[in-house]
Design a protein around this ligand. Structure first.
Ligand code: FAD
Length: 373
């Protein structure tokens, strides 16, 4: 380990890895630390029963931006996996996102887009919702009461740990609803998962950097800070400031992974369990991301969990209170001259992988333009 680095990068997730690669390419030295025992952050994949298992939930790369797609493909080959999840409500199975396949199965008398629109409009009118005030009203006004009750209510309440009447309509404002027979979840032109797993990609990005794992920034903050001229920080922003204004809230998750001695468990990569009495929200069957045929299969159940300090923060709760709190931290961060914040935890925002790459590229381009860096 060298004595001094141009950059200390806190977090070996996607944001930190892209920064390390771009800065390293231009001759900057980077020390990348992560408190976990592996690189990749939430993208981390590990080999289990000959399958690259997504340890922290299903990760499907998708973007419309050819530049970002080409950039990521430099680090590894992607397959043409298309995300077409299934919803299971008790013993009923439906296609997601909501589309004509869903509507015709739910309502046998619905045969055309006009039939489906009429049916949903009738349910919306019966519910007498003018201006949706909460997630429940927003959902009913978009897809009617039947779909809300069977496919949204239980899933969403498990996911967020609150009744739909207490959740913001904004959470599902961009819910895809289609009047075509199209199960492709994302609209994006470029989609897939890396055939050799995400960890392989992150390792290639980090090849030039010095990487230290199981190294928590806050356990040796002064020593680590002294090791570099500048810091790129991708951890929780409130923790960086010692929670001085208060704690930002998250939802957490628990993953339970099992290897099964059978060819296929559910026949699809992602099945959402939408009934309230099933404690998990999703089961991922990893081999279906890759279309492989081995005799065993690996499944992961995803259980939503209340978050508290010490548990992994997954989904920021971007309500008015938390957003206002984040804004106060962001103002502090803006005043820093040698620390740069980026990634989902430092920005307190759910960010897709493509956005993370774009933002890391923007940050490093700015840093490299500045002659002083
Ligand atoms: C369940 C789930 C499913 C998702 N599915 C998709 C998907 O299908 N498609 C998609 O595009 N995006 C998806 N995402 C989003 C994707 O995970 C993020 O875009 C990506 O992980 C963000 O990368 P990051 O580097 O910002 O954060 P992270 O991956 O969280 O990396 C931050 C790293 O910082 C480390 N760290 C934090 N604090 C410290 C500290 N004090 N000291 C040292 N290290 C520290 C953490 O251990 C972590 O490794 C999903 C997210 C979740 C939660």
């Amino acid at each position: 380990m060298a004595n001094h680095y141009d950059y200390l990068i806190v977090g070996a997730g996607l944001f930190g890895a892209v920064c390390a690669y771009e800065l390293g390419k231009k001759g900057k030295t980077c020390l990348v630390i992560d408190k976990r025992s592996h690189v990749g952050g939430n993208l981390y994949t590990e080999l289990l029963a000959v399958t690259h298992v997504h340890r922290y939930g299903a990760h499907v790369f998708h973007t419309d931006n050819k530049k970002i797609w080409d950039y990521l493909n430099k680090f590894g080959e992607f397959n043409n996996f298309i995300n077409a999840p299934i919803a299971r409500y008790h013993d009923e199975l439906y296609n997601l996102p909501f589309n004509m396949n869903t509507f015709t199965k739910l309502w046998p008398d619905v045969l055309t887009p006009a039939d489906a629109q009429r049916r949903i409009a009738a349910e919306r009118e019966a519910a007498k919702i003018d201006q949706p005030q909460n997630l429940q009203e927003q959902a009913i006004s978009m897809v009617g009461t039947t779909i809300f009750e069977k496919l949204i209510k239980g899933y969403t309440e498990k996911q967020w740990g609150r009744p739909c009447t207490e959740l913001s309509p904004a959470i599902i404002a961009r819910l895809p609803v289609r009047y075509t027979f199209n199960n492709n979840y994302y609209h994006d032109r470029y989609q897939g998962v890396p055939v050799a797993g995400y960890t392989d990609i992150i390792e290639k990005m980090l090849a030039q950097a010095t990487v230290r794992l199981q190294c928590d920034f806050f356990q040796q903050r002064e020593r680590l800070t002294a090791l570099a001229d500048k810091i790129i920080y991708t951890g929780p922003i409130d923790q960086f400031y010692n929670y001085r204004f208060g704690v930002l809230e998250y939802r957490s998750l628990r993953f339970e992974t099992e290897i099964l001695n059978q060819q296929s468990f559910q026949g699809n990569a992602v099945v959402n369990y939408t009934a309230a009495d099933v404690p998990y929200t999703r089961i991922i069957e990893h081999k279906h991301f890759y279309g492989t045929q081995q005799p065993q299969t690996v499944i992961t159940r995803e259980y939503p969990l209340a978050w508290q300090k010490g548990r992994e923060p997954y989904y920021p709760i971007n309500d008015a209170t938390n957003n206002a709190l984040y804004e106060r931290y962001r103002q502090l961060a803006d005043q820093e001259t040698t620390v740069y914040f980026g990634g989902r935890l430092a920005q307190y925002q759910y960010l897709d992988m493509a956005t993370v790459i774009e933002e890391a590229l923007n940050l490093t381009a700015t840093l490299l333009k500045n002659k002083k860096t």
